[in-house]
Design a protein around this ligand. Sequence first.
Ligand code: SF4
Length: 223
Amino acid sequence: MNLTIAGLARLSVCDWPGQLVATVFLQGCPWRCRYCHNPALMAFGAAGVVQWHEVWAHLLSRRGLLDAVVFSGGEPTAQDGLAAAADRVRELGYQVGLHTGGAYPKRLASLLPRLDWVGLDIKGLPAEYPAITGVVTAGDWAWASLRSVLAAGVACEVRTTVDPRFHTAAGLAGLIDILQAEGVSQLVLQEVRLPSGTSAGPSAAQLLDELGTLPAGVSRRAG
Ligand code: SF4
């Protein structure tokens, strides 16, 4: 299998809400988010630390015990072997989930028929992406991916990491409106986890408190 695998979580109850999953972390991401929790997974060309045969052996041994496999990262759609890997795990009887930031909309569109669920990071409005990701075109790709997922009708949870360095309460309220107008039915606002002392301004929790009661279909998750 042509995959560079940076890690395997053998059992997760949170990577796909409501499902018992194994999560496969793929190496490499084209973006450089300032709040990234997995910076070691950014580099392309880093050697994998888990072999596919180890993943496969685990999945063989857990048939009937786990519901699904989630491919995460890094940015898993960066890897050419993802489609074949998704097909293989489905042949074993597992559902297939994907965590993505939507950096490769064409590849994501071709993967969607293979997927049962997508956890899609939408980091803000397109214009906010360069400051967050360090990549000028990132917002265009992410929002193209969002529209592709919604058009395909694949079950999807959109996640926005709330970071007071990039977001305001008013901006988040506008983002919620726009995402719901696009057709997003499940949106999770996640509080960023920053080292203490990183920001002298309001915390992510305070920004979310300012929003008050959230609309139906929108929830918040502690950092
Ligand atoms: S897209 Fe995700 S993995 Fe890539 S740098 Fe941003 S937070 Fe990290």
